[in-house]
Ligand binder design. Structure first.
Ligand SMILES: O=P(O)(O)O[C@H]1O[C@H](CO)[C@@H](O)[C@H]1O
Ligand SMILES: O=c1cc[nH]c(=O)[nH]1
Length: 371
């Protein structure tokens, strides 16, 4: 094949790809517009002109905070019009590191057909707070929560107030994180059925006025089942299971590791503890599920925790996987959540079959013309 013919072929293929992309995006935009129109119709029918958020049990004093400063997110209700900026949020996806939140947002943007230009970088909307990172991909808000329940609790308080000020309806909160697996192959995806504390009870404890107060840690059972059913329908070479997640307050002694700076127990004691977890059906250990379940439940928010295991704790304490492998494992829950979001928004999660067909046709045409 001559150089000129080959570059013509490449050009033809790129034009085809672009056409398919534009068609796919038009399709997604049509569906989004339809969704927005349907929502408007429903609101009109229910006569809710002054729409309020659906969150429950909130501090009655919030309405007196004029403006309300969301200090750690670096924004307030006077300088930001919350209903305008965040009123369309339907999914809030949280994860520990800021970089993961950004990756998820870019991925979801593309997954729901909103990414128009690969070179466009999403803006960190919480940059002003210098604590957390927050990216918006259409109806999906991706936020980092740092490590542990205290850090999570602060960002959840401010996000819940944000949803309230923005008058959001039934937002779904999902934590997507890494965890240690109990006897599971690394890379396994675990959807938390029940979150428990180190004493294996589903109670989240906070100290208020110097006294312990306990809140039930309850995730949405139906949401967990729905996520599991979406995962089941895909041909993956890894397992996605429903499991019991133990939430620790520490990564080292709190998870019975032998590789921390301190360790006053024996290998046998560690083995016995992890075996006790396994005997009580604990599948994985991480550090936020309990607070996440309790705080979202308190506000009447449907929530789920989906984690990928990065180490089998019955075999190892140290996390030694390469960045490439970690990236691959991290993409597993991300794909699952994208499928769930697409299904919720569009009623189906298969957005690309037609376009794949179009590209296949394109390949054939190109071959016919050039070779
Ligand atoms: O990967 P993330 O979401 O940070 O979650 C897990 O990783 C951190 C510990 O390394 C803890 O926050 C734990 O819950
Ligand atoms: O072992 C692990 C891995 C990730 N996160 C944890 O909290 N523990």
């Amino acid at each position: 094949m001559s150089k000129k013919t080959s570059s013509n072929c490449m050009l033809a293929r790129e034009v085809c790809q672009l056409k398919a992309l534009v068609r796919a995006q038009n399709k997604q935009l049509c569906l989004l517009v339809k969704q927005v129109k349907d929502n408007c119709k429903q609101e009109g029918q229910s006569g809710s002109e002054t729409k309020e958020s659906t969150l429950r049990n909130l501090n009655p004093c919030i309405k007196c905070l004029n403006p309300d400063f969301l200090y750690h997110l670096g924004m307030d209700t006077e300088s930001t019009n919350f209903p305008n900026v965040f009123g369309d949020v339907r999914f809030v996806c949280l994860s520990g590191p800021a970089q993961r939140a950004e990756k998820f947002a870019s991925y979801f943007m593309e997954a729901i057909g909103l990414k128009l230009n690969a070179a466009v970088k999403l803006k960190d909307l919480a940059a002003g707070g210098h604590r957390y990172a927050m990216f918006k991909a259409g109806p999906v808000l991706c936020v980092s929560h740092g490590i542990g329940c205290p850090s999570l609790s602060i960002v959840l308080n401010e996000l819940i107030k944000m949803m309230h000020h923005a008058k959001c309806h039934d937002p779904v909160f999902i934590r997507i994180g890494s965890c240690g697996g109990i006897g599971l192959e690394s890379g396994t995806v675990i959807i938390t059925k029940e979150a428990v504390n180190a004493e294996l009870t589903p109670k989240y404890e906070v100290i208020v006025h110097g006294k312990p107060v306990q809140y039930p840690a309850q995730l949405d059972e139906d949401l967990a089942k729905e996520l599991h059913s979406i995962a089941d329908s895909c041909n993956a070479d890894y397992d996605t299971i429903l499991g019991k997640t133990m939430c620790a307050h520490d990564f080292y002694e709190g998870q019975s590791r032998l590789d921390g700076a301190f360790c006053d127990y024996t290998v046998e004691a560690k083995k016995a503890y992890l075996q006790k977890l396994a005997d009580n059906c604990v599948t994985n250990i991480e550090m936020e599920s309990l607070g996440f379940a309790a705080i979202t439940h308190r506000a009447g928010i449907r929530a789920a925790v989906v984690c990928f295991t990065i180490v089998n704790r019955l075999e190892n304490d140290q996390v030694t996987a390469s960045p490439e492998t970690m990236g691959e494992w991290q993409s597993r829950p991300q794909e699952l959540i994208a499928r769930y979001i697409r299904k919720s928004i569009y009623g189906s999660d298969d957005t690309c079959e037609e376009d794949d067909e179009e590209l296949k046709k394109c390949d054939c045409d190109e071959n016919a013309g050039c070779c």
